[in-house]
Design a protein around this ligand. Sequence first.
Ligand SMILES: [Zn+2]
Length: 89
Amino acid sequence: MRASTCKGCGAAIVWIRTPGGKSMPCDATPRYYIEKPRSGSKKIVTPNGEVISCEYTEDPHKATGTGFAPHWGSCRAAGSFKSREERNG
Ligand SMILES: [Zn+2]
């Protein structure tokens, strides 16, 4: 995991390497998530680089884990991302 700054919007991000060898830009602040492999409308990237369908939550007691939200979800300059990864999931 490598800390960086988004070139598009200046936000703090981290690059997380996936098992496939790609690096994904994610928000630097970890989020709680509830894993929902079939019905989750959001994506979370675990520190191991796994991308999981989920819903985000603020409640640590409901969360199934913590991970990092893909940065293109919140980036004001998201249009500049060429996010092949985004469409895979
Ligand atoms: Zn950004």
